[in-house]
Design a protein around this ligand. Structure first.
Ligand code: NDP
Length: 293
């Protein structure tokens, strides 16, 4: 078994991003600028946003955090998004999910200008991705594609089983793996909670991408020997033994699956770090007007 090491790959790509950001600053007189909006103070969201901001600073981007109390109205939030859409000094805008129940995430997603949608969730970006046109690819699937590319994982003609069909991970992942591109060119099975004979299907996977949100859901008996395993899961549990007070678990039972796998991502230290790289690359591409003029 070999590790798909998100820490190593993300640091390497971030060095390239930092060099490009410095060139951009020299030629334009400004830094690429990402704004994140955070509503409420959910523990996971706080951590993820803080990490995104910290990584922006590390690669020489400007980052700003707009915070709202959980009681903010949908109208207030949408009006702030519209204001940021108009600001030529902002390249990327993300709204951290999940949102409180009284705010419709679809409305929020569609209000963000697709040209600043560096999370890649806007229907225009998803539609363009579907058609293999220039777009912002959702950050987590983008990060996974970069990881596969960096390690030269052979995906052509392989059976890729994606478990989970969310709009932000599973569904776009299935499209990317099936595209006529490299990485890509897989035969894809997109599975979910209504899938029959799930274990049998996962057992056929040369590449298994788990995006479920259930600790240790994928067990060793579900895995074909030699499979490539990508674990997207970030399941937080409180812990008395860590400094942060919580511990992260993947969707894959790493200890028992790893000996059967050819390649596997750890949690933490895998896909999470690559997601941030996807976000940074999209923000830089937006600043440089590489995707939309
Ligand atoms: P969602 O809850 O939106 O989607 C989960 C998917 O898993 C759904 O499609 C659901 O099926 C499916 N599912 C749930 N139970 C089962 C089951 N028993 N058998 C088969 N499929 C099942 O989650 P996300 O996609 O947003 O996130 C998934 C995980 O990835 C989470 O742990 C999340 O924290 C993590 N994550 C990690 C990121 C990273 O950077 N590493 C980024 C984003 C998410 P159905 O549609 O039928 O309900």
């Amino acid at each position: 078994m070999q590790l798909l090491d998100g820490k190593f790959v993300s640091e390497k790509i971030k060095q390239d991003i930092a060099a490009e950001a410095a060139d951009f600053l020299a030629s334009s007189g400004r830094k690429p600028h990402l704004i994140a909006i955070l509503v409420g103070s959910d523990g996971g969201s706080e951590t993820y946003v803080a990490s995104k901001m910290k990584n922006c600073e590390k690669v020489g981007f400007k980052s700003s955090l707009v915070r709202y109390d959980v009681t903010v109205t949908e109208a207030e939030l949408l009006s702030k998004i519209e204001e940021i859409n108009q600001d030529a000094g902002v390249d990327g805008l993300i709204v951290q999910l999940p949102l409180p129940k009284h705010i419709d995430p679809e409305k929020v997603t569609e209000t963000i200008d697709y040209r600043k949608d560096v999370d890649g969730f806007h229907p225009i970006n998803l539609g363009r991705m579907m058609r293999n046109l220039p777009c912002f690819i959702p950050a987590t699937p983008y990060g996974i594609m970069l990881m596969l590319e960096q390690y030269g994982i052979d995906t052509v003609g392989k059976h890729c089983v994606v478990v989970g069909r969310s709009n932000i991970v599973g569904s776009p992942m299935s499209i990317l793996m099936a595209r006529n591109a490299n990485p890509g060119n897989c035969t894809v099975s997109l599975t979910h909670s209504r899938t029959e004979n799930l274990k049998e299907i996962i057992l056929q996977g040369d590449i298994v991408i788990a995006a479920i949100g259930k600790k240790n859901f994928i067990t060793a008996d579900m895995i074909k020997p030699g499979a490539v395993i990508i674990d997207v899961g970030m399941n937080r549990e409180t812990s008395a033994t860590t400094k942060s007070g919580y511990k992260l678990y993947g969707d894959v039972d790493f200890d028992n699956v790893a000996p059967k796998a050819s390649w596997i991502t750890p949690v933490p230290g895998g896909v999470g770090l690559m997601t941030i790289v996807g976000l940074l690359k999209n923000t830089l591409a937006s600043a440089k007007k590489e995707v939309y003029k």
